[in-house]
Design a protein around this ligand. Structure first.
Ligand code: UDP
Ligand code: MG
Length: 316
């Protein structure tokens, strides 16, 4: 029988996990007839009862494997850990809070069986998200598609099925600043899409603070394109034109309309503040790239595992 792995990152999800178990169990019972299954729950350094719940679940059901990270490494690295440990012929990842509608999983599997390598589950609408979340998400996906030229569809988060081949390909990309949805888009392969309606969080609150969202968006740009590095060229071109224009205008005034000449201090203030701001901006962009090079150079592991459920260690 073919095997399917479910990968679920969990950070302080003590309230969502019991609900997830209720929803996932009937789907697993249906799939068990045709497939071997494994459920990999990655505890991303939770400080609540998440690990206890994962351990209890793994004792009750031997297909459940728990992996505890040594601290909070963030959603993308927790997912990466789950991907590394998945042993199935296909892997499906989704969030623990049931915002991803897991009832579409059988349709994803159907598409995989028909020969698709990667099946993206895309949110058809996000009316249940806050206005802020919808607005920032729109901006994020538009930038990703325009600047980073990823083939991943808009509004696909990390709810996706990958067959063994495409997952192995993704796992060869070991960069530290990761944004998996764009990396998957970069990999190519034969893809398809299923649509679902994004649900409200089943319990608890979002684990994506504003800082985590900004970091993700920054990684999405600076780890995927060198376009911002070239921004200094564009600015220098634009400012050169403005300066030349200003020079020509002043030359004209000097000869023909001296009363129209601007006082010297005004041009100085404009030039000094404007150029300083611009230079600092370009330096900041370089800093973003240099900090990423610095992090890559250290070659640290992407995440550290603190412990695994007994059953999982036996499997290794
Ligand atoms: N998550 C994680 N580590 C983190 C933040 C989030 O493993 O540092 C998990 C979280 O438990 C959930 C998924 O990532 O399963 C998505 O997080 P969340 O639902 O809070 O994000 P949102 O849906 O609000 O964007
Ligand atoms: Mg969520």
């Amino acid at each position: 029988m073919k095997k399917i792995s479910f990968v679920i990152p969990c950070y302080n999800e003590q309230d969502s996990l019991p609900l997830l178990k209720c929803e996932l169990t009937p789907i697993c019972d249906m799939l068990r007839e045709s497939y071997d299954l494994e459920i990999i729950l990655v505890d991303d350094g939770s400080t609540d009862r998440t690990w206890q719940i994962i351990t209890d679940w793994s004792v009750e059901d031997p297909i459940v494997r728990g992996i505890m990270l040594s601290r909070n490494f963030g959603h993308q690295l927790a997912l990466t850990c789950g991907y590394d440990h998945a042993t199935g012929d296909a892997m499906i990842s989704f969030d623990a809070d049931l915002q991803d509608d897991i009832t579409v999983i059988p349709r994803m599997i159907e598409k995989w069986e028909q020969g698709t390598d990667i099946v993206f589950a895309v949110r058809s609408q996000r009316e249940k998200d806050t206005f802020f979340k919808r607005a920032t998400a729109k901006l994020f996906y538009a930038t990703q598609q325009k600047i980073c030229k990823t083939t991943a569809p808009q509004n696909c988060a990390d709810f996706r099925l990958m067959n063994r081949n495409s997952l192995n390909a993704l796992l060869t990309l070991r960069e530290r600043a990761r944004i998996l949805r764009t990396m998957v888009g970069w990999c190519g392969f034969k893809t398809d899409t299923v649509y679902f309606e994004r649900q409200e969080r089943s319990a608890g609150t979002t684990k994506y603070s504003l800082k985590k969202m900004i970091d993700l968006a920054m990684d999405g740009i600076f780890s995927f394109t060198d376009l911002p590095l070239k921004i200094a060229y564009y600015f220098s071109g634009i400012f050169l034109l403005i300066c030349l224009g200003y020079l020509v205008y002043n030359g004209y005034c000097w000869f023909f309309q001296p009363h129209k000449l601007e006082p010297g201090w005004l041009s100085l203030v404009v030039l000094i503040t404007g150029f300083n701001a611009l230079i600092l901006f370009c330096l900041g962009i370089m800093g973003e790239y240099i900090s990423r090079i610095y992090n890559e150079m250290k070659q640290r592991p992407l995440y550290l595992v603190a412990r695994k459920t007994e059953h999982s260690s036996e499997n290794e």
